[in-house]
Ligand binder design. Structure first.
Ligand code: AHR
Length: 508
């Protein structure tokens, strides 16, 4: 079995930009069993809950320090009318969720329930407003309802519904995928709407909204440019206008075609590598959007927000095709760890990222089964193992590993990936060996400061399609890792094939 060799030079004393904790953000849409049958079981459920919110999910997510939660969509956001989701539940109007399975939505999980969920999670709310089929007034009143204090028509309504004090809502989305399910608009038309809607999303009292314009799909850099032109001009050095503070884009990892995306658990080694090539592409996309933004905002005041990312497979056999329910294997975990290394590298521009989606949908953190068991996915464990990168100072990793490559079709996959950061005088180093078969030995050449005793954990399994179920919940779970040994000026790490390793050490 050939072994890949590499060196990673890390200057422990040269701190780069802060890794925004919001890169570890989440997304919960009214889609399939994410909200209903996921987060929300209702107050009468035998499943332990607080006010209808499932408590074991809350506990699991709190352990990730989740920084923010985006809601109510996705595509659903642009057909959601928030006033249908307040007041006594039995009187709330019903609607059809036309995007996701054509099922009836009873609006039992609405604004108050979402804000209660965020409070339980200790996460910042990121609300996606309706531009596609909603009005400016409707969006403006939602902001007023949520964030205004004192007395006003919306405040009185909120108080009648049991909430005296305003909430803090830091993040506000101006529509979603307005080039597609959010209204099939042209960039120019949406850019005007973004300015208009943003104008009436007021900052009430101390609540300062970070408004996020709905951005591009994948590599549609022209869309990003059209938005940036609304707030600045090519080559301008002045601070961009304040209509919106962030610009989003979406990118999903798929290995097949949109018509046949392949199975989450039944795949070949070739599919595995194609998946990782697709995941690696996010690096180029972030660079592309950032390059456009740099021309209009060289001081990087406007944040790039990847508010939907993750793997997208064919749904599990026998499940509703509109519910996007998929298993989650070790392969998904490595897609996540690769994304995080790339996110950390772009910490100067990338402000937020939201994996799609938190519970039971797409690349979920947790799955629930028919027996109401909670399953932590391999992806969950990557978020947990990496959580100390949140708000840490990034450290550049200079990786030399010429042999660590695989040819995949007409492209190449670099099979070693790494990132590092320092927070509270503790360094966290994340290492991924993407090679399906070969181990790798990586020498960490640590310069500038010395480290104390390291502790390390590994996430791997015998197969890349290994996954967790209600009967076998810990098939893929982090274990203590012994493949780290001290060498002059650093550490030597023996990475198993298809593995993710984190090493934490105090700086002394
Ligand atoms: O996450 C599922 C869907 O993917 C979202 O609703 C939409 O924004 C995207 O196309």
């Amino acid at each position: 079995m050939p072994e890949q060799l590499g060196t990673a030079v890390i200057n422990l004393d040269i701190e780069g930009p802060t890794i925004s904790r919001h890169l570890y953000g989440h997304f919960a849409e009214h889609l399939g069993r994410c909200i209903y049958g996921g987060f929300w079981v209702g107050e009468d459920s035998p499943v332990p809950n607080e006010g209808g919110i499932r408590l074991d999910i809350v506990e699991a997510l709190r352990a990730l320090d989740i920084p923010n939660l985006r809601w109510p969509g996705g595509c659903f956001a642009d057909e959601y009318h928030w006033k249908d989701g307040i007041g006594p539940r039995e009187r709330r109007p019903r609607m059809v969720n036309t995007h996701w399975g054509n099922v009836e939505e009873n609006n039992h999980f609405g604004t108050h329930e979402f804000m209660a969920l965020c409070e339980l999670l200790g996460a910042d709310p990121y609300i996606s407003g309706n531009v596609g089929s909603g009005t400016v007034q409707e969006m403006s009143e939602w902001v007023e309802y949520l964030t205004r204090s004192g007395d006003s028509p919306m405040v009185r309504q909120r108080k009648e519904n049991g909430r005296e004090e305003p909430w803090r809502v830091p993040f506000w989305g101006l529509g979603n995928e307005t080039w597609g399910c959010g209204g099939n608009m042209r960039a120019e038309h949406y850019a005007d709407l973004a300015r208009q809607y943003a104008t009436y999303c007021r900052d009430h009292g101390d609540n300062k909204l970070y408004r996020i314009a709905a951005g591009a799909a994948d590599g549609d850099y022209a869309w990003t440019e059209t938005l940036m032109k609304q707030i600045s001009c090519f080559g301008c050095e002045a601070t961009p206008k304040n209509f919106f503070q962030g610009v989003s884009f979406h990118y999903y990892t798929i290995a097949g075609t949109w018509e046949d995306k392949g199975s989450a658990t039944e795949f070949s080694t070739e599919d595995y590598y194609r998946t990782l090539v697709s995941a690696q592409r996010v690096d180029r996309l972030i660079s592309g959007h950032s390059a456009v933004m740099d021309c209009y905002d060289p001081e990087k005041k406007v944040g790039l927000v990847l508010d939907e990312w993750g793997t997208w497979w064919n749904v599990e056999p026998g499940t509703n095709p509109g519910f996007l329910h998929q298993q989650n294997a070790l392969r998904d975990a490595l897609v996540a760890s690769l994304h995080f290394d790339i996110f950390h590298k772009h910490a100067d521009r990338l402000f937020m990222a939201n994996i799609a989606q938190t519970v039971n949908v797409l690349q979920a953190m947790v799955l629930t089964d028919e027996q109401e068991r909670l399953i932590l996915t391999p992806t969950y464990h990557v978020f947990e193992m990496n959580k100390r990168h949140q708000d840490a100072a990034s450290l550049a990793v200079h990786l030399r590993a010429e042999g660590a490559r695989r040819t995949v079709g007409d492209t190449e996959l670099r099979t070693l990936s790494a990132s590092a950061s320092v927070r509270d005088d503790t360094v966290l180093i994340s290492l991924t060996n993407l090679d399906a078969e070969d181990p790798a030995t990586l020498t960490l050449d640590l310069r500038g400061r010395s480290i104390g005793e390291p502790t390390a954990r590994v996430l791997t399994a015998d197969r890349t399609n290994a996954h967790n179920t209600g009967d076998a919940p810990d098939t893929v779970a982090p274990r203590p890792f012994t493949g780290v040994e001290p060498v002059a000026n650093g550490l030597r790490v023996s990475l198993p094939p298809h593995s993710f390793v984190t090493i934490e050490a105090p700086l002394v």
